[in-house]
Design a protein around this ligand. Structure first.
Ligand code: KG4
Ligand code: ZN
Length: 367
């Protein structure tokens, strides 16, 4: 028997609700998205250049009932088996907004539906399982040949995390390494700020990098040669800062400058800085995922998290996977950044695993 799960995600700056139909065993779950709503708070946080936790909480509290009413209106029969809500990691005030909403809704609906479950979900497990999600609403995911997936090397890259895992099954994994300081997405966001690009910086850097030359500035490749599977991004961020301090003409450059004749134009453009930074940031991710895949004789490399939306990263991992003859699995484009479909899916997996999580915000929760 399948389950209908309402997913709720408020760990950062997206207020997201989703309705997911889930069935099948842990080794081969079947998912069908019925509704997927993501309300971004980008406009609210933009003037501050980053997410302000108390503002995020206020916006979540304001938006959750509106989004839920909208979802209820558009769903002729909102019969639920479970409510799955993110309990961590993330910004605690923001997480509490989702948890309190989920608790109140659960109490209200339980009157008529005594079997309704309330499941606490680890946000990182949401990302981890997002490769299983179907591309389109209304259409189930295709049968995944699990025999081709494990052992797998999973790379979770987001605004808060940079983690490499070895997965032996859908429920058993071991952390191989993680960032020792900043997360890779955070580095994208901070470098974007240095280049006066709007928040969130990842997609902006990607866009600009596609117009630049990645070989112009030899930024350091943090931890690339280090034998551990850890990462580090604060040194790279500082290198970009120093480069821009010592070459301030770059910030006044236009992307078209190098093409212009006549007046003297700077040789290096902002696009070259973005491209050189992006190449330096991605290389250790790709190299270490590939090295781990070889060491552990993996059958696949699984990518997830907001930075998984980066086209250059996907391309490089795809090429590397082909060389290594392993499968490359990544979420459909809509499910890289935060969403509630992945939370509902991870809630289903947690339910099958009989995993009980405290319904309280845990900002520093690990995987
Ligand atoms: O998973 P996510 O939505 O939130 C967290 O759990 O942190 O990830 C957001 C991060 C931000 O740092 C954002 O700049 C980055 O993902 N990001 C990207 C791209 N799209 C989003 N980074 C690089 N390239 C992108 N295309
Ligand atoms: Zn996330």
């Amino acid at each position: 028997m399948g389950m209908r799960i309402l997913g709720i995600e408020t760990s950062c700056d997206e207020t997201a609700l989703a309705l997911l139909e889930a069935s099948g065993p842990l080794a081969a779950p079947k998912f069908r998205t019925l509704k997927n709503i993501v309300s971004s708070q980008i406009a609210v946080h933009k003037p501050f250049g980053g997410v302000v936790p108390t503002l995020a909480k206020r916006e979540h509290i304001k938006n959750l009932p509106k989004i839920f009413d909208n979802l209820r209106l558009k769903t002729n029969d909102l019969k639920l088996d479970a409510i799955a809500v993110t309990v961590g990691p993330g910004l605690e005030p923001a997480l509490w907004a989702g948890i309190e909403f989920a608790r109140a809704l659960h109490a209200e609906l339980k009157v008529k539906n005594p079997d309704l479950k309330l499941i606490g979900v680890n946000h990182l497990e949401g990302h981890l399982y997002s490769f299983l999600l179907p591309k389109k609403t209304g259409i189930p995911n295709s049968e995944l040949r699990i025999s081709n997936v494990f052992p797998a090397i999973a790379l979770i890259v987001s605004g808060g995390h940079t983690i490499l895992l070895k997965m032996d099954s859908m429920t058993k994994w071991k952390k191989l390494g993680e960032t020792l300081d900043d997360a890779v997405g955070e580095a994208f966001d901070k470098v974007a700020r240095m280049l006066s690009l709007p928040y969130p910086g990842g997609p902006e850097i990607q866009r600009l990098a596609e117009k630049g030359n990645p070989d112009v500035i030899p930024f350091p490749r943090p931890m690339l040669r280090h034998k551990s599977y850890n990462f580090s991004y604060s040194g790279l961020k500082t290198s970009v800062l120093y480069y821009l301090r010592d070459n301030s003409d770059v910030l006044r450059s236009r992307n078209s400058d190098s093409a212009k004749g006549g007046r003297r134009s700077p040789r290096v453009t902002k696009a070259d800085v973005a491209a050189s930074f992006q190449a330096a940031a991605l290389e250790p991710l790709v190299a270490k995922a590939a090295r781990a895949a070889m060491e552990f004789k993996a059958r696949s490399i699984i990518l997830s998290g907001g930075v998984a939306a980066n086209r250059a990263l996907r391309k490089k991992l795809q090429v590397e996977s082909k060389k290594l003859k392993v499968n490359f699995l990544a979420p459909p484009m809509d499910f890289n950044t935060d969403n509630a479909v992945m939370i509902a899916a991870a809630g289903y997996m947690g339910h099958l695993r009989k995993k009980k999580r405290k319904l309280a915000a845990n900002g520093g929760m690990g995987i």
